[in-house]
Design a protein around this ligand. Structure first.
Ligand code: AMP
Length: 589
């Protein structure tokens, strides 16, 4: 397929703000795509080139792309940069450069979707000396064959910001509309059951290409057959907040579907089973996958994924070793990786651990400096069988049965099975006294629901906890910090939108401020004097004194004295706190 045809689709997507229309365009494109090309097309429509858990990185920075544009077009880098500043988009600057190209290639070839996809994916494999130059060459090679519109999207895709507003939800709805029955009486309307079937398949596989192919081949029954596979991370089940230990216990008992007391150890056989309470420890959620033998890419041994489905195996060789203490031929387990102080043995805040998540070099030194423990709390698959539909207690009983060696950084999450609010409260206080965040209270007989914030897990933490908020706008500072984006507007989620709740300008060190600026700058959408609008990409942890009602921000609330607590690199913007949460904090204070 010619790349120009895909560019036409991109342009149509760029031409509408309506999610409904975007969905229709994506659906039409998928329906017209040849079966074998569906995985590639599904990725390119979102501007990605690899599955989310694939650690491959293209290694294309703005400056590398600028060099490639210069090399392909002969337009000097300074001019490209000036255009970039003016339009806020290096893709548009590339289009302009191609338009003005002073170097004409002798033979220009027609770009194909397959060619662009293959060349860009190849970038991830370049290593060692000269790899930068080869990257520049490859991108320049594509640009030399591109017309202005094509150049714009090649550059945006290479940089990883397609900016067409095609999110996971759009792809999901489009797959349902393109390949499932729909309602013949209401064309254009996608029945909820179709969307749910695609949603579940995406949660279990995280592979839109496979889901699209399966929907096309085998409809809803085929989607229902898609299951967990070791090596392919599953979206994690999420927790809801409870205002007190007592409320958490009551809520979990209420969400129990059972009336039989098989697991409750209770005299009353009709009582729901006692909830399982566990420490809530402050680290990052890890999903560890293992199958004996080789993975598809020839590697062996456990693989560790974050909650954002990123592969962080290379950063945690100590956790890989510790998994020797889990005895199974194949498994998917979940737990929390926590850092502790090697001298005191106390847990240390997430920010310390985040150094280890990010650093890909010097791993051995960090293993020593920031030791970790993996506290296991769930088992999703064992010896080739999915346990998603089993009850929590069945899953954790199986988990405990296979945990043979609790040394060297592998532990079961401290837990208590009790329906007595007083006992659960004591356990909560013990968790806080040991330096942990609070408690998770879980419904004992609930199945695992990937990707859902369901009422089967309640978290209880002391109030006035920090919020995880997204930066939507900023202002360049004046004075000593004038090269920095120093005033950040923070927003919480409201469905698919972001609503502002305050302005942050304190709590960061100079280094942190410089890092924030470096991270935010590539995502500037528009500049007006010192004010910039940003694509929402960064989640920050923010502490504050109080939540106030305020007409100043469109959430209707304002944080009093917000201060920066740290980056939340383990969260996506879709994981940021919601306006409902801000509201409930306001009401609870
Ligand atoms: P929050 O990020 O505040 O919504 O809390 C949910 C997160 O708490 C999960 O994604 C885990 O990373 C973490 N967590 C800590 N302890 C537990 C536990 N015992 N069970 C489940 N999640 C836990």
């Amino acid at each position: 397929m010619e790349y120009a045809a895909l560019v036409e689709v991109y342009e149509r997507l760029a031409g509408t703000q309506s999610t409904h229309e975007k969905t229709a365009i994506v659906a039409e494109t998928l329906a017209e795509t040849a079966h074998e090309d569906l995985p590639m097309t599904a990725q390119l429509l979102r501007g990605t080139l690899f599955a989310p858990w694939n650690p491959a990185e293209l290694g294309v920075s703005s400056s590398l792309a600028t060099r490639a544009i210069e090399r392909a077009t002969g337009v000097p880098a300074e001019e490209v940069e000036a255009d970039w500043r003016e339009t806020g988009d290096l893709g548009s600057a590339a289009a302009r450069a191609v338009e003005r190209a002073v170097q004409q290639t002798l033979v220009s070839e027609t770009l194909t979707v397959e060619g662009v996809y293959a060349d860009l994916r190849e970038l991830a494999g370049y290593e060692g000396t000269g790899s930068e130059d080869r990257r520049v060459d490859t991108v320049a090679g594509l640009l030399a064959d591109a017309d202005p519109d094509e150049a714009q999207y090649v550059v945006r895709t290479a940089l990883g910001h397609l900016r067409l507003g095609v999110g996971r939800g759009t792809v999901r709805d489009a797959i349902a509309a393109a390949f499932l029955g729909g309602d013949p009486d209401e064309p254009g309307e996608t029945p909820e059951a179709d969307v749910q079937a695609v949603e579940r398949a995406l949660q279990v596989t995280n592979d839109p290409g496979l889901v699209a192919q399966t929907a096309a081949d085998a409809g809803r029954p085929g989607l229902a057959d898609l299951d967990l596979e070791v090596g392919r991370p599953v979206e994690v089940m999420l927790a809801e907040k409870a205002d007190s230990v007592e409320a958490a216990v009551a809520d979990t008992l209420e969400t129990s579907s059972a009336t039989g007391g098989a697991d409750s150890g209770d005299a009353d056989p009709t009582a729901p089973p006692a909830p399982l309470s566990e420490y809530k420890v402050d680290g990052f959620r890890a999903q560890v996958h293992f199958a004996a033998g080789e993975h598809g890419d020839g590697a062996t041994g456990p693989r560790i994924f974050t909650r954002r489905l990123e592969d962080v195996t290379a950063q945690f060789p100590d956790v890989v070793d510790a998994m020797d203490g889990f005895d199974a031929d194949s498994y998917i387990v979940e737990g929390e990786i926590v850092a502790y102080d090697p001298d005191t043995g106390e847990p240390v805040p997430f920010q310390q651990l985040s150094r280890r998540i990010k650093r890909k070099h010097d791993v051995e030194r960090l293993v020593e400096a920031v030791p970790v423990v993996l506290y296991l709390f769930d088992l999703l698959s064992l010896d080739g069988a999915s346990l998603l539909d089993r009850s929590l207690v069945e899953r954790v009983d199986a988990l405990e049965g296979r945990l043979t060696e609790r040394e060297r950084g592998l532990e079961r999450m401290p837990n208590l099975r009790s329906r007595e609010p007083d006992r659960v409260r004591e356990f909560y206080e013990a968790a806080l006294a040991a330096g942990h965040e609070g408690l998770m209270v879980k419904t004992a007989d609930a199945a695992y629901q990937p990707g859902k914030r369901v009422g089967y897990t309640r978290k209880v933490k002391p109030t006035m906890e920090s919020l995880d908020l997204v930066v939507t706008r900023a202002k360049w500072s004046e004075g000593r910090r004038s090269n920095n984006l120093g005033r950040l507007y923070l927003a919480c989620r409201d469905g698919d939108r972001f609503r502002e709740v305050g302005r942050l300008s304190t709590g960061f060190t100079d280094d942190q401020l410089a890092e924030l600026t470096a991270r935010l700058e590539p995502h500037v959408l528009e500049e007006d004097g010192r004010a910039v609008d940003l694509e929402p990409t960064e989640v920050l942890e923010v502490a504050y004194e109080e939540v106030q009602e305020s007409p100043k921000y469109d959430s209707g609330y304002a944080l009093r004295f917000p201060r920066f607590e740290g980056f939340r690199d383990d969260l996506d913007v879709g994981d940021a706190d919601t306006v409902e949460r801000v509201e409930s904090l306001y009401e609870g204070q």
